[in-house]
Write a protein that binds this ligand. Structure first.
Ligand code: SAH
Length: 472
């Protein structure tokens, strides 16, 4: 397996500084799956080429993995020569410093875009040349690809999935290596080691700044995290979040308008904020969380109420937090007001120690934005770990949708809602959550109640059981 990187910018030997590998030396590295070698077939003033050659030991790859399935394919396969996730591992281990964009001796060089090209001699491309171009061209690369026949001697056997690929572009070495690190395993579409949580983190870290806006981002993420559908969703959610500032540049996010327009005539939003604020006030809370605070509507109401002396808004969307900061005039708050309120960035899918020790938490119109498989993570983050005395949670009542012309029985209120619950569904979920975590729960209708369909918004007020007892 061979990765060849060249530059033509004089003095081209600078490539040696950037890769932290001296052009005059032949170097070898022991990796868990074989050996890596770095050498320079040419290093003259106007052209320098570095080769990373991997000598994969196919027997070593399966050694220690149990008795295996006895298939010959474990030993006779394309791993030794086809570029795969093993190349990414080698890039991160042998070219790790360059991958991170660091260069001790010449830091300015690491940040300078250079005319660079990378050639991979044998890249298995599931999806063919079309997919290859669809992945590299939006990133600004000129792509040259030659497909290899299965066997030169027998043209009738047809094409193999293997290509020799050269991508060229003026960019920093770190960016080129990052693209290769993420994308090589995507073409191969066959991971030969376990894909875990840390793989998702790597994808998000390495994809920062370019993957969120890539037209093939879904396919790239899906293939990268192939064997982990739930990881795929999480990774994608987070990429979508990164993307929001771009979308929102032209003005307000369109989706919020849909919900606002829909609810305006009845001002359901105001009724909801009123109901939540009074439930929080009635709980006696002084330190409150607004989980999924969005653009800060509830925060504004809470700030006006002197009972609340510590107010923390949390959201997964940085863009929403920025809007909240503007709408609340953060930079013009008096010192006393500023000391009462804080915005934090975080996700309700994870345990977060910053959320511990509060009297109450509001979670207004948030659960329906979560994927159903993430609900249990949300439940634990709020009721097991953050564990405030009181939780006030609202969500749409789907039954009510038929009363709106533009929604209807099967259409949800907001394009980003993953589901909307009927009253029975919501109450069943909330009662089970309360029972699992030692809370009691009561339900409060919000908005004009229809005799058959119930209220447009349903609200649950959870109270930690020990606080109930203590009060009685
Ligand atoms: N509570 C606000 C916003 C409701 S919209 C209001 O009533 O106006 C739903 C909000 O939940 C969005 O701001 C969205 O960014 C946020 N959200 C979605 N998933 C989240 C998660 N996993 N963690 C934290 N916030 C999340």
């Amino acid at each position: 397996m061979l990765l060849t990187i060249s530059t033509t910018r004089r003095p081209a030997g600078d490539l040696g500084f950037l890769l932290h590998k001296h052009p005059g030396r032949f170097q070898s590295y022991d990796l868990s799956f074989g050996k890596a070698y770095v050498f320079y077939p040419e290093s003259v003033d106007d052209r320098c080429t570095a080769c990373l050659l991997l000598d994969v030991d196919p027997v070593g790859l399966v050694r220690g993995k149990g008795s295996g399935n006895g298939l010959l394919s474990q030993y006779v396969n394309d791993r030794p020569y086809a570029a795969s996730s093993l190349l990414s591992v080698a890039i991160s281990q042998v070219y790790g410093t360059a991958l991170q964009g660091r260069c001790k001796d010449r830091p300015e060089l690491a940040a300078t875009p250079l005319p660079l090209s990378a050639r991979i001699d044998v890249l298995p491309v599931r999806g063919g040349e079309r997919f290859l171009r669809a992945v590299f061209e939006p990133l600004g690369y000129a792509v040259e690809a030659t497909r290899h026949p299965l066997d030169d001697r027998f043209p009738a056997w047809g094409e193999s999935p293997y290509f020799s690929v050269t991508v060229a572009r003026e960019t920093t070495l770190a960016e080129l290596l990052t693209h290769l690190y993420v994308l090589v395993p995507v073409f191969d579409n066959a991971k030969h080691y376990y894909v875990g949580d840390d793989e998702m983190e790597k994808l998000l870290a390495k994809g920062a700044g370019w993957l969120a806006s890539h037209p093939e981002k879904e396919e790239i993420a899906r293939r990268y995290l192939k064997s982990q559908p739930s990881l795929f969703r999480q990774a994608l959610d987070r990429l979508v979040v990164e993307e929001q500032p771009l979308e929102a540049e032209a003005g307000e996010p369109a989706v919020d308008k849909v919900e606002d327009v829909l609810e305006k005539p009845m001002s359901l939003n105001e009724q909801r904020l009123g109901a939540v604020t009074s439930a929080l006030r009635a709980s006696g809370a002084r330190r409150v969380l607004d989980l999924g605070c969005g653009e800060g509507k509830l925060l504004r109401a809470l700030l006006k109420d002197r009972q609340f002396d510590e107010i923390v808004g949390m959201d997964v969307s940085i863009r929403s937090l920025e809007v909240a900061r503007e709408r609340l005039h953060f930079d013009r708050l008096s010192e006393r007001q500023a000391a009462r309120i804080k915005l934090i960035h975080g996700s309700l899918n994870y345990r977060d120690r910053r959320l511990e020790g509060f009297d109450a938490a509001a979670c207004v119109e948030v659960v329906e934005h979560l994927d159903p498989p993430r609900l249990s993570a949300f439940e634990r983050a709020v009721f097991e770990f953050a564990r405030p005395r009181t939780v006030v949670l609202t969500t749409p009542n789907r039954e009510y949708n038929v009363t709106w012309e533009n929604v209807g029985p099967d259409k949800l209120r907001h394009p980003d809602h993953r589901f909307e619950w009927t009253r029975t569904e919501f109450q069943t979920w909330a009662q089970a959550v309360a029972a699992r975590h030692g809370y009691s729960v009561r339900f409060v209708p919000v908005g004009p109640v229809d005799a058959m369909l119930g209220p447009p918004t349903q609200m649950a007020v959870f109270q930690k059981a020990e606080t109930l007892n203590a009060g009685s």
